[in-house]
Design a protein around this ligand. Structure first.
Ligand SMILES: Cc1cc2nc3c(=O)[nH]c(=O)nc-3n(C[C@H](O)[C@H](O)[C@H](O)COP(=O)(O)OP(=O)(O)OC[C@H]3O[C@@H](n4cnc5c(N)ncnc54)[C@H](O)[C@@H]3O)c2cc1C
Length: 463
């Protein structure tokens, strides 16, 4: 069967961010969509066992929020109504790096700061409110099912994790693997006689330690997001403190190449105090903690190159962290998943739902979507000499220029705006290299650094 009909069925494996966005997109093109998830999925904003990263600092880039709003038009209002900050990310920015604060300005493009479980809860509610989307939770995928000739995936084998651990087969016209970084697709492909995708792995040995604190809504700093990122390779630590719903702060401290924050009270505070930016320590040493300090290790960015495979079964796709999981310090994962889901939507619309040959076309588009965030993340990571893995050609030279960009953002809001657009995946990295920008970068980088206090906001979108 090549074209979805009135009885067509799609299966989405995994009910986290990529799975929910994919199900939303597929609900336009298929009669029925079933999401299958191993965990019990709560009907409230809560982290689950299968997605431990959701307890840590998560920001939603402007491009990610814009794509999600296309599919869930009331999302910004619902976020704000629940106490999240839907804000012009640059006006509320207090970002210290390269010895100073990036200049603030208004950009006119909004991102969102909230706990990740709250964002996911809103996305899940809206996805499951679609008439043709069903969630089957507490149900683990055990393998793929094919026809006799193994050309097409026709479904999955599942095990219900109830008392009887019932095994069953679910059939579908299209199956999309959104089971995250630990996806078993490479092994499942090998078992069916297909090659596994080549992998790029860039080892960064990043560690997070995260704690929630009470936020005083009357504090004038309570609407700012605070971030310290290192001038690599001499500095290796980072700190992020975002205001989130429930009048709380979420604070993640950590570092590259094994320089991780301790998870005991005193060690955590000392680590915060060691950052060149004083505000995070000043705030958390006074604020009331609301949680334990939770660690998370991220060994390596991992990209599976499905676009390079010449043999792949029909009726099957892979999307989200299952294709590419980035060093999280750049905040790109959810936006990358949203961009991939939107690319799938466009492709299905263009092909009027025709499924034959979909995988090749989709993986080509997904690779284009992933190329930019991968290049940005991996490029920065190779500032650290301990980073290992496939190093892009010319990255050391490029990094010297990007260091100049970072320095120029401390004094020139036009460079700052160009940088923030690239970082938010709103503009291509090449936009930082026009002759006019090059001049500003070189001039800005050679100027005296901004004083060590956050500045007022400059109104208007610098261009
Ligand atoms: C510390 C940290 C901080 C981050 N910060 C940000 C940020 O600021 N901004 C941002 O955009 N991104 C951030 N990310 C990345 C973001 O969390 C991921 O990109 C995003 O969650 C991708 O979601 P996913 O749905 O692809 O995978 P996952 O969230 O990993 O979800 C996979 C799902 O599949 C289910 N599953 C797995 N195996 C099976 C199976 N066999 N059967 C059934 N179900 C299964 C799991 O239970 C889970 O629900 C961060 C990541 C980390 C680690």
């Amino acid at each position: 069967m090549a074209t979805p009909s009135a009885t067509s069925h799609a299966l989405v494996l995994g009910a986290s961010m990529a799975g929910l966005l994919t199900a939303r997109v597929l609900s336009k093109h298929f009669a029925q969509v079933t999401i299958v998830e191993r965990d019990v999925v709560p009907d409230q904003p809560e982290a689950r066992k299968g997605q431990p990263q959701t307890r840590h600092l998560h920001g939603l880039l402007a491009s990610g929020l814009e794509i999600m709003t296309r599919y869930y038009p009331d999302l910004p209002d619902a976020l704000a109504a629940g106490g999240a900050l839907v804000i012009d990310m640059t006006a509320n920015m207090c970002w210290y790096t390269y010895g100073g604060y990036r200049r603030r300005f208004t950009m006119g493009r909004k991102g969102a700061l909230m706990s990740r479980p709250f964002l996911e809860h809103l996305i899940r509610q809206r996805t499951l409110a679609r008439d043709n989307v069903t969630l089957l939770d507490s149900c683990a995928i055990r393998g793929l099912v094919t026809g006799d000739d193994r050309r097409r995936i026709t479904g999955v084998r599942v095990e219900h994790r109830d008392a009887q651990s019932l095994a069953a087969t679910l059939t579908a016209d299209l199956v999309v693997d959104c089971t995250g970084r630990g996806s078993q697709t490479p092994q499942w492909l090998l078992a069916l006689g297909y090659p596994a995708p080549p992998q790029s792995e860039v080892k960064v040995n990043v560690g997070y330690a995260t704690r929630l604190y009470r936020r005083d809504p009357a504090d004038p700093r309570g609407q700012d997001w605070l971030l310290y990122t290192p001038e690599a390779p001499g500095e290796r630590r980072f700190g992020g403190m975002f205001p989130i719903e429930g009048e709380r702060w979420i604070v993640s401290l950590g570092g590259w190449t094994g320089d991780h924050a301790p998870t005991d009270e005193q060690g955590f505070l000392e680590y915060a105090r060691s950052l060149p930016m004083p505000e995070i320590y000043a705030l958390i040493s006074q604020a009331e903690p609301l949680s334990d300090i939770i660690p998370h290790k991220f060994p390596a960015s991992l990209r599976r190159h499905y676009e390079r495979l010449t043999r792949f079964p029909e009726g099957y796709l892979v999307l989200g962290d299952a294709v590419c999981s980035f060093n999280p310090t750049y905040g790109q994962g959810m936006t990358s998943a949203a961009m991939q889901a939107a690319a799938l939507d466009e492709l299905l619309t263009l092909r009027m739902g025709r499924l034959d040959g979909l995988a090749r076309a989709f993986f080509k588009r997904a690779a284009q979507v992933i190329d930019t965030p991968w290049q940005l993340a991996v490029g920065e990571d190779f500032r650290f000499p301990d980073t290992t893995g496939p190093k892009p050609a010319g990255v050391d030279l490029l990094n010297r220029y990007v260091a100049a960009v970072h320095r120029a953002t401390l004094v020139d809001p036009v460079v700052g705006a160009a940088f923030i657009r690239v970082m938010n995946l709103l503009a291509p990295p090449l936009s930082l290299m026009s002759p006019a920008m090059l001049l500003r970068v070189l001039r800005g980088a050679s100027q005296r650094r901004a004083p060590a206090v956050a500045r007022g906001v400059e109104r208007g979108v610098p261009s």
